[in-house]
Design a protein around this ligand. Sequence first.
Ligand SMILES: CC(C)(COP(=O)(O)OP(=O)(O)OC[C@H]1O[C@@H](n2cnc3c(N)ncnc32)[C@H](O)[C@@H]1OP(=O)(O)O)[C@@H](O)C(=O)NCCC(=O)NCCS
Length: 140
Amino acid sequence: MNVRLAKREDRPVLRRLFAETVRAINATDYSAEQVEAWASVPVDLEGCPDRLGSRSVFVAELGCEILGFTTFDTDGHLDHLYVHHRFQKHGVASALLLKIEEEAVSRGINRIFTDASITARPFFENVGFRLINQRTVVVN
Ligand SMILES: CC(C)(COP(=O)(O)OP(=O)(O)OC[C@H]1O[C@@H](n2cnc3c(N)ncnc32)[C@H](O)[C@@H]1OP(=O)(O)O)[C@@H](O)C(=O)NCCC(=O)NCCS
């Protein structure tokens, strides 16, 4: 598996992967109405491909297939972390997180934070994140 910065031509693939993952994976923890509201949120890929903005977008790929992606902001905010439903629990998110940690170190960012879904909370706790607050997000 290779982790690299996203290219412009990856954008449609990432948007599709996001919507499909929400519908296939998060549907376990959220209602059909919540899932549809979430899956139709536009993915903010600012920083892809030029990385000039405050956001870096990384993809994990195997051969020419994208398995997952993440977005990371210069304030330490890990916004998106989505793994294709066919490649869950194969270490894809861990590989993306490792890249983010390297990025954080190279940019002098000493705190990484996220707004985790109910689905992703066990993953984040497993890798050392801890819950600070619980909140409800309104989308669409
Ligand atoms: C959360 C998510 C990104 C994890 O991706 P992944 O590639 O399956 O995670 P990994 O394979 O790297 O898992 C790493 C570790 O976390 C554990 N883990 C992953 N998901 C888990 C879950 N739902 N419950 C418990 N443990 C989990 C794995 O078992 C593994 O543990 P191990 O190293 O001890 O074996 C993925 O499930 C996903 O795309 N979820 C839907 C989208 C989502 O909610 N994203 C977050 C948006 S806020």
